[in-house]
Design a protein around this ligand. Structure first.
Ligand SMILES: C[S@@+](CC[C@H](N)C(=O)[O-])C[C@H]1O[C@@H](n2cnc3c(N)ncnc32)[C@H](O)[C@@H]1O
Length: 361
């Protein structure tokens, strides 16, 4: 049973009152949100609506105020994820994500990454002197230096064969697991590498073929993750002047780190909902990476409740805030449907509660 708490009001005020309550301080493992863009959209005519400020500096000030308050209610290992696009004024890009990130780093957050959300179905603009905007940033900040993460839940299939120069090998040439690794041999090879001097001749160092045999991999067979032959499976180690001495390295068979460019299509608007919706797949990747089942997740600009929907599907508790009662009502309906199994979207990256249980076994 997951809990869901939906609040109507100006996020800054609601967050301030939450952070005054001892039970709310430190309660949230993650805050995920997509704030309004600067002067691109109107959600209603409330004077407290963010994005309507006279200047971009005021807008950044208001956003920063919101997220600085969030820091009080994040757990010590909690993280903040802001999906945010920039705004162009004539020839000037306002650098809103960069300026916001800087302000938050100055106010105690650790700036962890600026992930590029590449919208692969982006619509080209008619501009002739500027390039059309094909991405948004996902600012990843943590309350302290380290935060809770679980990379294994967001590993992706290697795309080297699809996009790069590696070819997909025939199935009988793929080796999924090591066969009879030889511990003594591995130890000897490691010792040789460890004790190598800058002037040790190259031919006295083991080759990746030698090392792959020792680890139980046939050097002529292919890795299931990157589709390279195991004898080409190497990372670099620096031994004195041998700066590029190749060392055998095994890919994780569960997939690779997704990196910090996320290629995810935008969603079509649902019926007559007029939000800048972020895709469930994007939210799911963050929730799976940065929180655990049973954790509390917060979205201070929840719109139609996408974060709450994914929280419900993945067994997280959710608090959502929006300035407009109508949005709170829509979000409530959407989240209730998702928790009752009436979610009819198509999910690609979402790892639901059931799948997580299987993965963690
Ligand atoms: C970009 S939309 C969020 C869309 C959401 N991520 C989704 O997928 O539906 C921004 C939301 O912020 C809300 N908003 C604007 N100013 C606000 C404020 N001061 N406090 C709380 N919510 C606000 C708007 O009503 C709108 O629903």
């Amino acid at each position: 049973m997951v809990h869901c708490n939906l609040l109507q009001g100006d996020a800054r005020k609601v967050l301030r009152s939450l952070s005054d309550k001892p039970g709310e301080r430190g309660k949230y493992r993650i805050v995920i949100t997509s704030p309004p863009y600067y002067r691109q959209r109107y959600y209603g005519n409330n004077k407290d609506e963010l994005g309507q400020e006279k200047t971009d500096a005021e807008f950044i000030h208001d956003l920063a105020e919101t997220f600085i308050t969030c820091r009080h209610i994040l757990s010590e290992d909690g993280s903040l994820w802001i999906v945010i696009g920039d705004t162009r004024r004539n020839m000037h890009k306002l650098m809103i994500p960069h300026r916001l990130a800087l302000k938050l780093a100055e106010n105690g957050y650790t700036f962890r990454d600026d992930i590029i959300w590449y919208k692969k179905n982006n619509v080209s603009s008619s501009a002739r002197q500027n390039l059309s905007q094909a991405y948004e940033f996902i600012l990843f900040l943590s309350k302290n230096e380290k935060s809770y993460t679980n990379l294994d839940l967001i590993r992706v299939q290697g795309n080297e064969a699809r996009e790069g120069r590696n070819k997909i090998p025939p199935p009988h040439l793929i080796q999924y697991e090591p066969i009879n690794p030889d511990k003594d041999k591995v130890a000897k090879l490691q010792e040789t590498i460890h004790n190598a001097k800058p002037n040790t001749p190259f031919n006295q160092l083991p080759s990746t073929t030698d090392i792959s045999w020792a680890y139980g991999y046939d050097p002529e067979k292919y890795c299931p993750t990157c589709y390279r032959k195991f004898k080409r499976h190497a990372t670099r180690k620096r031994i004195g002047q041998h700066q590029h001495y190749p060392i055998f390295a095994v890919c994780n068979p569960a997939g690779k780190n997704p990196g910090n460019v996320w290629e995810i299509s935008t969603k079509a608007h649902y019926g007559n909902e007029h939000f800048a919706i972020f895709p469930e797949d994007l939210v799911a990747r963050i929730i799976n990476f940065a929180s655990q089942e049973g954790d509390w997740v917060l979205d201070p600009f929840m719109g139609r409740g996408t974060t709450g929907i994914v929280a419900a599907l993945t067994g997280r508790n959710f608090t959502g805030i929006d300035l407009y009662q109508e949005n709170v009502n829509t979000a409530r309906k959407n989240i209730l449907n998702a928790s009752a199994g009436r979610y009819d979207g198509k999910l690609v990256n979402v790892i639901t509660r059931e799948m997580q249980v299987i993965k963690s076994k």
